[in-house]
Design a protein around this ligand. Structure first.
Ligand code: HEC
Ligand code: HEC
Ligand code: HEC
Ligand code: HEC
Length: 447
C-alpha cells in the first residue's frame, strides 16, 4: 500500500462514523452558507438555471397553491393541534430547505421576496452528501454547504468558483426520495414516489428518476465547459407540464357485440395501460390529484349517453367511483369552522371510475391535508406498466337512434379537485383538466 492510499484509508475509517451521521437540522447553517441560484446561473450555468426557473423546484415555496396550503391550512392547524405541530417547520424542510435549516419559521410570505423564495435551489441539492438511515424520506438529508459542490461528474474542467466532488448518490433515485417520500405525524406514508419506484419494474432495470426527469443530452452544463454526450438536463418536469402527463395512460375500448337493438345490453371493456411513469399514476401529492375515466356513447343523431362504470366489489370501492358527496371537512380545523360541512369530494361526472388512493383523517373523513392523514382507503392507482380493466354495461335505451353509435373513453387528470381549489381560492390553472388519453369504438343499432 503506498502512503497516499494508506492515509485515505485511515481517514476513511476515522471519518466513517461521522459520515454515517445525523440529518442536517434546524440551526445547523444560515442563509449565507448557501449560494443564490441567480449567482450560479448568471454567466456559468445559464441553461440549467433557465430550465430550473421553469420547473416547480424553483417555485416550491412561492407557487400560489403551496402558499395557500401552508399559510391558510397547515400553519394554523399546527398551532392548534399538538399532534401536527411539527409541520409548521417541517413543510419547509422540503419546500424551502434553506429557510428550514436557518430556523426561519414560518418564513416571510412569498410577497416579501426573502431568500426563502429560492425554494429547492441549486445549492440545496449540490450540498447534499447523504441521508440519515436506510430510507430517504422527510428531508433526512445530510448537507455540507460551502466551496465544495457534490454532483455526479467530476468534470475535466476545474470550475473557477468551486470544487466538485463526485457523488454516486446524485445519480441514484435514492437522492430524490429524500423529499419524494413523506411520512405524516401519524406515521403513514403520504408521499411514496420513491418507494413505488423501488418496488416497480424500472428500479429493477436500473432506470433512475433522473432518466425521465433529468434526461441526458449532448449538451454543455456550464458555458465555459465542454459538451458532454450525457449532460443531465435540469428539466424536473412533472404534473405541471401537460406534455409530460399526456399519453401516460393508453386507453383502448371495445364492445362485446357489434350489432344490437334497443333494450339489448352491450358490454364495453376498456384496457388502461400505464406506459410512461416509473411510479404509480397519480403519485406524489396523491391527496390532491384526481384521474378519472369517462365513457359516453353518441348515437347517429348526436344524442349523448353517459355510461357509468361497473362495480367490481372490492373494499372501499365507493371512493373510486365519482359520487355526489361531501368530503374534506377537516379543512374546518384551520379555518375555525368546526361545523364545516365540506365540499364536493370529486366534482367529476357521477359514476365515472376514479384512479386514486383516498387519504383519511383521524375521524375517518377523506382529506387533502396529507399531514392530517391517519389511514388510507384502497390504493386504486395505475402502477408502472400495469394494465387495468374496466367494464361498462350499456342497456340500449329505447330512444337511441338507428345506425352507428360511437363510444368514446377519455382519461382525464386534474392536479387539484376543482371544488377544493375553488373553495380555497387557488388559481384556475391548478384545476385545469388535462386529457391524458382517449380512444373510441363503434357498434350499430338496428330496429
Ligand atoms: C432537485 C435537486 C437539484 C437542483 C435543484 C439542481 N440540481 Fe444540479 N444536479 C442534480 C442531480 C441529481 C445531478 C446529477 C444527475 C445524474 O447524475 O443523473 C445534477 C447535476 C448537475 C450538474 C452536472 C451535470 C452533468 O451532467 O455533468 C451541474 C453542473 C449542475 N447539476 C448544476 C446545477 C445548477 C446550476 C442548478 C441551479 C440552477 C442545479 N444544478 C439545480 C440535482 C439538482
Ligand atoms: C430538497 C428536496 C427535493 C429533492 C432532493 C428533490 N425534489 Fe423534486 N420536488 C421537491 C418539491 C418540494 C417539489 C414540489 C414543488 C411544488 O409543486 O410545490 C418537487 C417537485 C418535483 C417534480 C414535480 C414537478 C411538477 O411539474 O409538478 C418532479 C418531476 C421532481 N420534483 C423530480 C425530482 C427528481 C427526479 C429528483 C431527484 C433527482 C428530485 N425531484 C429531488 C423537492 C425535492
Ligand atoms: C420511466 C420514466 C419515469 C421514471 C423512472 C420516474 N418518473 Fe416521475 N413521472 C414520469 C411521468 C411520465 C410523469 C407524468 C405523469 C404523472 O404525473 O405521474 C411523472 C410524474 C412525476 C411527478 C409528478 C407527479 C404528480 O402527480 O404530481 C413527480 C413528483 C415525479 N414524477 C417524481 C419522480 C421520482 C422522484 C422518481 C424516482 C423515484 C420518478 N419520478 C421516476 C415518468 C417517470
Ligand atoms: C418530505 C418532503 C415534503 C414535505 C415534508 C412536505 N412536502 Fe409538499 N411536496 C413535496 C413534494 C416532493 C411535492 C411534489 C409532489 C408532486 O409533484 O406530486 C409536494 C407538493 C406539495 C403541494 C402541491 C403542489 C402542486 O402545485 O400541486 C402542496 C400544496 C404542498 N406540497 C404543500 C405542503 C405543505 C403545506 C406541507 C406541510 C404540511 C408539505 N407540503 C410538506 C415534498 C414535501
Amino acid at each position: 500500500m503506498n502512503n497516499k492510499i494508506l492515509v485515505s484509508f485511515i481517514l476513511f475509517v476515522l471519518t466513517f462514523p461521522l459520515i454515517a451521521q445525523k440529518a442536517t437540522k434546524m440551526g445547523d447553517f444560515g442563509y449565507d452558507d448557501f449560494q443564490k441560484p441567480k449567482f450560479c446561473g448568471a454567466s456559468c450555468h445559464v441553461d440549467f438555471y433557465q430550465q430550473w426557473t421553469q420547473a416547480m423546484m424553483s417555485q416550491a415555496y412561492t407557487h400560489h397553491w403551496d402558499e395557500i396550503e401552508y399559510f391558510k391550512l397547515a400553519v394554523p392547524h399546527a398551532e392548534k393541534d399538538e399532534k401536527v405541530a411539527e409541520v409548521k417547520a417541517g413543510c419547509n424542510g422540503c419546500h424551502t430547505p434553506i429557510a428550514f435549516i436557518a430556523g426561519d419559521v414560518p418564513p416571510p410570505f412569498p410577497s416579501e421576496n426573502s431568500r426563502a423564495n429560492e425554494s429547492v435551489s441549486c445549492d440545496v441539492c449540490h450540498s447534499i452528501t447523504g441521508f440519515e438511515g436506510d430510507t430517504p424520506f422527510n428531508f433526512n438529508y445530510i448537507m455540507s454547504p460551502g466551496k465544495t459542490k457534490y454532483s455526479s461528474r467530476k468534470s475535466g474542467i476545474t470550475s473557477p468558483e468551486h470544487e466538485i466532488v463526485k457523488s454516486e448518490l446524485h445519480s441514484s433515485g435514492d437522492f430524490c426520495g429524500i423529499c419524494h417520500n413523506e411520512k405524516s405525524p401519524f406515521g403513514t406514508w403520504v408521499k411514496s414516489t420513491h418507494l413505488e419506484w423501488k418496488e416497480g419494474p424500472y428500479y429493477k432495470e436500473g432506470v433512475q428518476c433522473q432518466n425521465c426527469h433529468m434526461t441526458k443530452a449532448e449538451f454543455k452544463s456550464a458555458s465555459m465547459g465542454e459538451v458532454q454526450p450525457d449532460t443531465k438536463l435540469h428539466l424536473f418536469h412533472g404534473a405541471h407540464d401537460p406534455g409530460k402527463v399526456k399519453g401516460t395512460i393508453e386507453v383502448r375500448i371495445h364492445p362485446d357485440i357489434r350489432e344490437a337493438e334497443p333494450g339489448e345490453v352491450v358490454k364495453l371493456t376498456a384496457a388502461l395501460f400505464n406506459q410512461k411513469t416509473g411510479h404509480k399514476f397519480p403519485t406524489g401529492s396523491v391527496e390532491d390529484r384526481i384521474v378519472w375515466l369517462h365513457v359516453e356513447a353518441v348515437d347517429s343523431k348526436g344524442n349523448v349517453f353517459h355510461i357509468p362504470v361497473d362495480k367490481k366489489g372490492f373494499d372501499g370501492e365507493e371512493y373510486t367511483i365519482a359520487a355526489d358527496v361531501l368530503a374534506y371537512q377537516d379543512m374546518g380545523i384551520a379555518l375555525d369552522d368546526p361545523d364545516f360541512k365540506g365540499v364536493q369530494r370529486d366534482a367529476v361526472p357521477v359514476g365515472d371510475r376514479i384512479f386514486r388512493k383516498p387519504y383519511f383523517d383521524p375521524q375517518g373523513r377523506m382529506t387533502i391535508q396529507q399531514w392530517n392523514t391517519k389511514s388510507f382507503g384502497p390504493d386504486y392507482r395505475i402502477g408502472p406498466r400495469e394494465t387495468k380493466i374496466e367494464t361498462f354495461t350499456f342497456t340500449l335505451p329505447n330512444e337511441i337512434a338507428e345506425g352507428k353509435v360511437k363510444v368514446v373513453a377519455t382519461i382525464n387528470y386534474q392536479k387539484l379537485v376543482t371544488s377544493v381549489g375553488e373553495f380555497l381560492g387557488v388559481p384556475e390553472d391548478e384545476m385545469e383538466t388535462i386529457k391524458v388519453g382517449e380512444h373510441s369504438t363503434e357498434f350499430t343499432v338496428f330496429y
